[in-house]
Design a protein around this ligand. Sequence first.
Ligand code: G6P
Length: 362
Amino acid sequence: SAADKGTYPFYMLKEVDEQPAVMRKIVQNYLNEDGDPVVDSQLLESIKEADRIYIIGAGTSYHAGLVGAKMFEQLTNIPTEVHISSEFAYEQPIMSKKPFFIFLTQSGETADSREVLVNVKKQGWPSLTITNVPKSTLSREADYTMLLHAGPEIAVASTKAYTAQVAVEAVLAKAIGEYLKHPRAAEFDLKHQLGLVAVGMQALVDSKEKLESVASRYLSKPRNAFYIGRGTDWSVALESALKLKEISYVQAEGFASGELKHGTIALIESQTPVIGIITQDRTAGLTRSNLQEVISRGASVITIVTKHLAQTDDTIVLPDVDPLLTPLLSVVPAQLLAYYTSLGKGLDVDKPRNLAKSVTVQ
Ligand code: G6P
């Protein structure tokens, strides 16, 4: 069955490997022959009325929301905010006049996110749940649902659900953008781009040996590590750090690279691992100079860099795709670095201590 580990030692590795197929599944389910999004027209009509999109999620789903917000803003021009569900539930900001809510939740059962949805419904605001689980609580309770089509995700550390969330957000952003006749959305050849992403992901999951050796060389001993990046690379840095800490128990943090010098750089010692994510033209040079600052303090630097920005000594090179979609590739090496660090320590990769796949308490 789909939830069978087969020859894999852990579900997480299987789920990482499934990501190229998940991208193709999303193309099949959501993009027609001409590459146009196939999305419920009532949903589009409802979002069209909105003056602001609010994305709500917890954990990895929150991180997928951070990436998605940039797509919504660029492809639709609708201002978009992202909130942690357990915060939004009790500290609701001043709202716009016509909010539209998007709930991101792999399981569809997270209590913190449901708490927000219950309040949203009380106030009569429209909502969409993007989830991997049909008929889950948040799917049933929201006005609309879009499914991830990622297949069951068993490992506690979320991988293919994250990339599926980002890809489905891209579909929705393009659909809304086209509906609103926003030129950038029409030009965005998502079908072609997701094809490139699937091929690129395959190349990355095929480079396991390299990632295993990077993990064992740099991440097996230190107690802490940092992922840094700017903009969308920062969003991926947050998710990358979460992957590493949840399964390998390395105290990992994701930082906005420019912010490092304002405090956190005090933590850099000889051989502290600092992993720089560099995929965006505008910020590549700046993140590179931030990496120089930590190199001069003795850090061991690993880089994850998109091909056209790569230099000879970069560690991991990602195939080029549309700048909005680079998170779908940059996260994959981070997933595998976390996996191999955990594996190398002999930990239970799929069932890290203290964590649950789905958290149904607030
Ligand atoms: C738990 C899981 C995380 C997940 C979070 C949100 O904490 O361990 O991996 O990201 O819940 O889950 P959801 O199902 O709402 O995406």
